[in-house]
Every structure is written in structure tokens, then in C-alpha cells.
Ligand binder design. Structure first.
Ligand code: GLN
Length: 528
């Protein structure tokens, strides 16, 4: 990389490698100071994508030209002295379940292959308005159903820490893109853990905002009462910056909260001072016992000690109904999903399969759905329609909704005793590709610790707690009451600062180098 260094006014070099290694906050500062342009930052990430995508496959679509066009536009506006958003010019990757005008959007499904949305999701409009170049669309489990990205119709994404392992799911593409230094920022969606669990197993930071905190307009719905979009980044501060861009009221989403998302960046900056005096941290008994990998628990316990050292008061809280959260979720989610997915009928979007023999509308729909949906999607549609059918509705869907209320009450009681709740994010580190693919129940168990937050609508963050005994990243989850997302950032940033002081730098610095393609290596050489 020598020879490509751009010297800043203070003499600090910022070469192309450093650009992809920089946090979004550092890039924003360099852009504002004029030591680097958005075209340079964006190009560095596109080069990195070209180089490591053959190994990672985090993207379903890379938007080279559009990203550079936005970057050029931002650079021109900056040069003209325009007042820009702090993140203007910092590129972002977007999970493929979020609709993007003019950019293919598949939600990881064959049934949407070739569909190019005519409009932008609200959050995408906000990214564009703030001047963030969109690098492309990231891989995911089909319609966000899964914990490993193996249910994508377009192939596996690989974990940057170990290419034989899963990057988590459903948002494995966004997490691998950020963890693999292809993007400084990414958008994920979290219905039962799909932002937080991928963050946990890739050593990145992921935040599920309070339900209603980020508009769902333009998200391809999985389960509308649970879905929430949020940031995937490498630092807590970067998540706060991105969350502030995408959050806030939207009249096109009837469940959108009226108030602004809160002083998130400010809380992250406050947290970085490392002082948590007076903050009550509740350890959830039910989310930290049997079934959790010993190394994951050990890193969790060490992180608790750091929080205690920073002045936090550690209390034990019990949430007895969390035990039933997973079961309730796997009735509520398929019920809502079966209804949401009814619109994919071969008439309106994407794929249409016309049977040769007697192609009535009904037979076209059946053939299209038969070929267009994968096994996991079909499994959940069958489960959902069954749970909602007359005669079973009360026994299944009705009971699950009652459990949901009990989980919400557990949270309400726990937040009387604690300001935030904590647990490991996922019971284990990344498992091997293929290991759980034939065992849906084992796959579902990855979400035991993340699902309660979705059922109750409360916000949650996952940040790295260290490496487990197997050398792979483990996640630390922080949960806060609804509309108190700012607390996640304060506590998360404090813990991150304490852990990084102990590690001597970010955890991701310890990830192995990824193999790059010959072509990319040659291009690097000629650029020197
Ligand atoms: N893994 C969970 C599921 O399969 C979570 C999905 C999500 O959050 N989108 O439903």
C-alpha cells in the first residue's frame, strides 16, 4: 500500500488500506477536514469489495457507479462550501430486504429475482439525503428467515473470522461486509435477532432500535409487529451516528414513534469517558446459564466486572417468562409472515412461472410460489397458516400473544430494578456452514437471547465481548426500555472503551487477513 498514502495537514497518513480500516466517525472527520475525498473513500471500499467478495460473498449487488456518483456529488457540494451532514460521503451497505429505487432488491429470494423497486424505503431516502454513497445490497436468509444466511437463494456468505463458518443471520451479509472491511457502515433488520446475532458472531456492533424508532416503510415485511431496521458498524459511536440518520418519525409508517430518536451520539461520547457511576445493570438470570458456550459466558462475566469497575451497580433480575419467548415467537412470526408473503403471487413482482397445462391464475400462483420460495419460507408459511386457521387460532396464535404480554410485563418489572439489562447475545460463537441446516429447531435456538426484545419492542445492542475459547468473537447484549435507546449507547460505548483498552485496540484487528483475488492484487500493484 506504500505510495498510496494521502498525507493530512497534521501529517497523519491515510492510505487506501487505512481508509477501509477507519471507523465511520474517523472518515467523517477526515472528509470534513478535507484530507480525503468521498470518491477516494468510496473507491477504497469498492476495491476492497472486488478483492474479498470471492471469499466472503457478502453482497448480492454492488452498485459501483451509483456509489461513485453520489461520492462525486458530495465532494462537489463540499468543495462549493455547502453545509453537509456529518456522515456525508461515508459509504454504507444496505441489507437486501430494504427497497432501493433503481437497485435490485430480492430479500434473498428467487421469487423477487430481477425486481427493481420504483421507490426508496424511508431509511434509504434518509441515507441519500444525508449524502451516504450506497455500496450495494447485502446477502441474507430468504425473507430474513434464519440465523446463518444459509437460507439465501443466492449462496452462502462466509464469516470473515473463519470462512468455513456462518456469518450469522438473517443479516449475515451486512455483518460480514462490515467485519470484512468492505463497508464502514451497514443497515440490517432485526425481527428476532437478525442484526444482533450476526454482529455477535462477526465481532461487530449491531443495534435493534425501539420498535417504531426507525420507519418500516419500504422494508419487505417479515413480521410487521416485530421488524425493526438498524445499524451494523464496527464501533458503538458509528452505530449512534447511523441510527440518528435513519431514525425519527415517518408519517408513512403508522407505527412510527412521534419523537426524535434521542441524543444517541451524545450518549455514546459520554459513555466513552468510561464512567457509569449510578447506572444499574441487570443480569437476566434466564439468559445466561445452561446451553451457553463456556467461553461466551466467561467473556460475559469479564465484561460485567469491567462495568462494575466503571461504577455500575450489577443486580440480578429474573424474567421467568423469557423461557416461553422462543416458542411464542415461532407462532407469531410465521402467522404474520404467512400473511405478509401472500402478496408474492407471480402477478405483481419478480418471478412468474406459467404451467404449460391449464395456466389459470391460481395455477400460476401455485407454480410461482412453489418454485420461488425456498424450504424455510414454505415451512413457516405452512406453520403460520395452520396457527391462524379457524379452530386453532386461539390455541396457537392467541396463546402466543398472551405469552407476549407476559414477556412485556417481565421487562417492565426488570426495568424497575435496572436501567439496562444484559446477557450474552447468542449462546455460541459462529457454527460451521451446514452444521445446523437440517435441524430447524437447533437453528431457532440461536435467538433465545435476542427474541424477547422483539416481542416487547424494546431496543437492544450487541457489541463484541472478546474471543471465546475457539478464537471466535462472542457478543455482549445490552437491552433498554422502549424509547431509551440512548442508554444502550452510553453503556455500550463505556464497555467498548474498557475492552479496547484491555485488548490494545479493536477486536477486529485480530481477525485473520482475507484472501484476495489475483486481479485485485494486480490492480493494487499498478496503482502504486
Ligand atoms: N433468526 C430469526 C428467525 O429466523 C430472526 C430473524 C430476523 O430477525 N429477521 O426468525
Amino acid at each position: 500500500m506504500a505510495g498510496r498514502h494521502l498525507a493530512g495537514p497534521d501529517g497523519t497518513p491515510a492510505g487506501s488500506t487505512d481508509l477501509t480500516r477507519s471507523s465511520a466517525a474517523a472518515l467523517a472527520e477526515a472528509l470534513a477536514a478535507g484530507t480525503v475525498t468521498s470518491v477516494e473513500v468510496t473507491q477504497a471500499h469498492l476495491d476492497r469489495i472486488d478483492a474479498v467478495e470471492p471469499a466472503l460473498h457478502a453482497f448480492l449487488h454492488v452498485a459501483h457507479d451509483e456509489a461513485l456518483a453520489t461520492a462525486r456529488d458530495v465532494d462537489a457540494r463540499r468543495a462549493a462550501g455547502e453545509d453537509l451532514h456529518p456522515l456525508a460521503g461515508v459509504p454504507v451497505a444496505v441489507k437486501d430486504v430494504v427497497v432501493t429505487r433503481g437497485m435490485p432488491t430480492t430479500a434473498g429470494s428467487r421469487i423477487l429475482e430481477g425486481w427493481v423497486p420504483p421507490y426508496d424505503a424511508t431509511l434509504v431516502e434518509r441515507l441519500r439525503a444525508a449524502g451516504l454513497p450506497i455500496l450495494g445490497k447485502t446477502n441474507m436468509d430468504e425473507f430474513a428467515m434464519g440465523s446463518s444466511t444459509e437460507h439465501s437463494a443466492y449462496g452462502n456468505t462466509h464469516n470473515p473470522w473463519d470462512l468455513d463458518r456462518i456469518p450469522g443471520g438473517s443479516g449475515g451479509g451486512s455483518a460480514a461486509a462490515v467485519g470484512g472491511f468492505e463497508a464502514p457502515l451497514a443497515i440490517g433488520t432485526d425481527t428476532g435477532g437478525s442484526i444482533r446475532q450476526p454482529a455477535a458472531v462477526t465481532g461487530t456492533v449491531g443495534v435493534k432500535p425501539t420498535y417504531g424508532g426507525v420507519s418500516r416503510y419500504g422494508l419487505i415485511a417479515l413480521a410487521s409487529s416485530l421488524d425493526q431496521a438498524g445499524p451494523v458498524t464496527r464501533t458503538v459511536l458509528d452505530s449512534a451516528l447511523l441510527h440518528e440518520v435513519i431514525g425519527g418519525h415517518d408519517r408513512r409508517d403508522s407505527t412510527s414513534l412521534p419523537e426524535p430518536v434521542g441524543p444517541l451520539v451524545e450518549s455514546a461520547l459520554q459513555g466513552r469517558t468510561g464512567d457509569l457511576t449510578g447506572v444499574r445493570v441487570g443480569v437476566v438470570t434466564e439468559l445466561n446459564g445452561e446451553g451457553y458456550q463456556p467461553g461466551v459466558r466467561a467473556r460475559f462475566d469479564e465484561a460485567l466486572e469491567l462495568l462494575r469497575g466503571a461504577g455500575a451497580e450489577i443486580v440480578e433480575v429474573s424474567c421467568p417468562h423469557f423461557e416461553y419467548a422462543l416458542a411464542a415467537y415461532y407462532l407469531i412470526l410465521p402467522s404474520e409472515a404467512s400473511s405478509n408473503l401472500a402478496k408474492f403471487d407471480g402477478m405483481r413482482f419478480g418471478l412468474r412461472v406459467v404451467p404449460e397445462d391449464n395456466p389459470t391464475a391460481e395455477r400460476v400462483m401455485a407454480a410461482t410460489r412453489g418454485q420461488g420460495f425456498g424450504d424455510e419460507v414454505k415451512r413457516r408459511i405452512i406453520l403460520g397458516t395452520y396457527a391462524l386457521s379457524a379452530g386453532y387460532y386461539d390455541a396457537y396464535y392467541g396463546s402466543a400473544q398472551k405469552v407476549r404480554t407476559l414477556v412485556q410485563r417481565d421487562f417492565a418489572a426488570a426495568f424497575e430494578k435496572a436501567d439496562v439489562l444484559v446477557s450474552p447475545t447468542a449462546p455460541t460463537t459462529a457454527f460451521r456452514l451446514g452444521e445446523k441446516l437440517d435441524d430447524p429447531l437447533a437453528m431457532y435456538l440461536n435467538d433465545v437471547a435476542t427474541i424477547p426484545a422483539n416481542l416487547a419492542g424494546v431496543p437492544g445492542m450487541s457489541l463484541p465481548s472478546g474471543l471465546s475459547d475457539d478464537g471466535l468473537p462472542a457478543g455482549f447484549q445490552v437491552l433498554a426500555p422502549a424509547r431509551a435507546d440512548a442508554r444502550l449507547y452510553r453503556v455500550g460505548a463505556a464497555l467498548e472503551a474498557l475492552l479496547e483498552a484491555r485488548w490494545g485496540g479493536p477486536l477486529l484487528d485480530r481477525a485473520p487477513e482475507l484472501p484476495t483475488t489475483q486481479a485485485a492484487v494486480a490492480a493494487e500493484g499498478s496503482a502504486r
